[in-house]
Write a protein that binds this ligand. Structure first.
Ligand SMILES: *Cc1c(COP(=O)(O)O)cnc(C)c1O
Length: 389
């Protein structure tokens, strides 16, 4: 039985996606929607939530601080009110944490929204945006949506001894032209897990003209080991007004479902971006939960320490099975599964183990594996053993 046609939308095949795409603005015409991976709702229904091993989206398996959950409950009485459009309390907490001004902070509905907004505000047709191959997928999306031209810089080769597939900062700096408006970096990067250090970043910033805005996506900054030397843009902000960084509550803080990210940059840059920000883009319970989460550093640090331990154990376990595992300072690892990667991935899904296929990134022989809890990682390894046999 077919559903009734809704005002002709079903029976007019000529008004299809291609017809509307032809009417979209040029950047959107060639755009492909962000690929969020498998349909997890359908898989949860099929396997049951407790049976499914969800390691495809780099979520934090330990969840948020209990104080964050409590703050959400306490916000429910005010759910008929609009949230604070300024996000003032959360901004003050973030400013205190990072030693910056509240006027340097912009809140987003996830840092994804802020990365898109940066493209919209600072790039357009005829402009160039520079980022690394295997850089976070949203960089390309943002560039295309703005109608700008992407200059994709080759990553360090797979054979590189220290940082295979990592950002080649020297090549990125060399790719900047008079048309360049934006450079997107991710440190550490998703999906490679790679990172660069302070010295390399300082040398890079010294080569970037002040007219070019450098965006440092630091979604995994809290997860990098203290001795990893992974650079954060924070110490450079004061001397480089063309530098901005983005962070998120989705990863280390375990609040992916609430959708909150933030940007730190020069007050002037934040003020210009405010012009395009949707006024109530972060909801009330989310604002309250993030503020509470910031007040519980201990929980966040505990979760990150758990992750670091599990990441080392999982990397070693995968390597002992003959798989090449790339270095990572995040809560996931990239691993090579060879020419049969697609079949292996399908077989893992049929056993209720969800990883992230990498063909869309041009890494078809790799899978990205979120580091889970000890129990999840055991179930993952058992499934891999069964499938590889
Ligand atoms: C997960 C992730 C983000 C952010 O996500 P939001 O949930 O939108 O805050 C940003 N950048 C990278 C590199 C990520 O992996």
């Amino acid at each position: 039985m077919s559903a009734p046609a809704i005002h002709g939308s079903d029976d007019r095949a000529d008004f299809d996606e291609a017809w509307f795409a032809a009417r979209a603005q040029p950047g959107v015409q060639r755009l492909r929607a962000y690929d969020p991976g498998h349909d997890l709702v359908a898989l949860r229904r099929r396997f049951g939530e407790s049976q499914l091993v969800e390691l495809g989206s780099n979520e934090n398996p330990y969840g948020p601080s209990p104080a964050a959950r409590q703050a959400i409950v306490e916000q429910l009485h005010a759910i008929h009110r609009y949230p604070d459009p300024l996000g003032g309390d959360l901004k003050r907490a973030l400013a205190a944490k990072h030693g910056v001004l509240t006027s340097q902070i912009l809140l987003g509905n996830g840092s994804h929204e802020l990365l898109m907004l940066l493209g919209q505000v600072f790039a357009g047709p005829g402009d160039e945006v520079v980022f690394s191959r295997y850089g976070f997928a949203v960089f390309a999306l943002s560039t295309q949506a703005a109608g700008a031209t992407a200059r994709v810089v080759e990553a360090l080769p797979r054979e590189h001894l220290l940082m295979p597939l990592g950002h080649d900062l020297e090549a990125i700096a060399s790719s900047i032209t008079a048309q360049t408006r934006l450079v997107y970096l991710a440190n550490p990067n998703n999906p490679t897990g790679t990172w660069f250090g302070r010295e390399a970043f300082a040398a890079f910033m010294a080569r970037v003209p002040r007219e070019v805005i450098v965006v440092m996506d630091e979604a995994y900054a809290e997860m990098a080991d203290a001795d990893s030397d992974a650079a954060t843009a924070l110490p450079w902000l004061a001397s480089h007004p063309n530098l901005v960084l983005t962070r998120t509550f989705s990863k280390a803080y375990g609040l992916a479902g609430l959708r909150v990210g933030y940007l730190i940059g020069a007050p002037g840059l934040v003020a210009v971006m405010e012009r395009l920000r949707e006024s109530f883009n972060v909801n009330g319970p989310a604002l309250a939960a993030c503020e509470a989460a910031l007040g519980d550093d201990e929980h966040q640090q505990w979760a990150c320490a758990q992750n670091a331990g599990q990441r080392a154990a999982l990397s070693a376990a995968l390597a002992s099975r003959g798989l090449k595992v790339y270095p990572s300072q995040t809560n996931f690892v990239l691993a090579e599964f060879g020419p049969r990667t697609a079949q292996i991935e399908t077989a893992l899904v049929s056993r209720g183990v969800v990883l992230r296929p990498m063909a869309g990134y041009g890494l078809a022989d790799c899978l990205r594996i979120t580091v889970g809890t000890d129990d999840e990682n055991r179930r993952l390894l058992a499934a891999i053993d069964a499938v590889l046999e």
